[in-house]
Design a protein around this ligand. Structure first.
Ligand SMILES: [Zn+2]
Length: 134
């Protein structure tokens, strides 16, 4: 009985120890990612400065020359995508309405000739292409 108790308390201690470690590590991980985020932002600031230098016609070396061209390509792509999104926004609403009126207007007005498959006006008695009776 005593053995069992001590075993349980041991397990309990181990669990609390590991969960404390987990909490410590979680804190460290948060600290780590916030520091990494800071570094990323500094990279970003440096990059933006380089971009500015180039947009004013400057140059600071071959590596950056190429990176600036890459940035311009990406910018072009971004603008294209933005343009497409805008187009989709303006197009998406009127299309279904148009389709409905098209279906209602067009279908009953057509009579297809059973000989030559020409589309004829619903009021025609004879095919406009082959002259046979519709
Ligand atoms: Zn016909």
């Amino acid at each position: 009985m005593e053995e069992l108790k001590s075993m349980f308390s041991k397990i309990g201690k181990n669990i609390t120890k590991t969960s404390a470690d987990i909490i410590k590590n979680t804190k460290l991980n948060i600290e780590l990612s916030s520091q990494e985020e800071k570094l990323k932002n500094i990279y970003l600031e440096v990059g933006k400065k380089v971009y500015e230098i180039y947009s004013y016609g400057g140059s600071i070396g071959k590596f950056f020359d190429e990176k600036y061209l890459e940035m311009l390509e990406v910018e072009k792509e971004i603008n294209l995508i933005k343009h497409k999104i805008e187009q989709n926004k303006t197009l998406s609403s009127p299309i279904p309405e148009k389709k409905e009126t098209l279906e209602i207007d067009e279908e009953p007005k057509i009579k297809i000739c059973s000989y030559c498959y020409e589309k004829n006006n619903i009021n025609n008695n004879f095919c406009i292409k082959c002259g046979r009776m519709l």
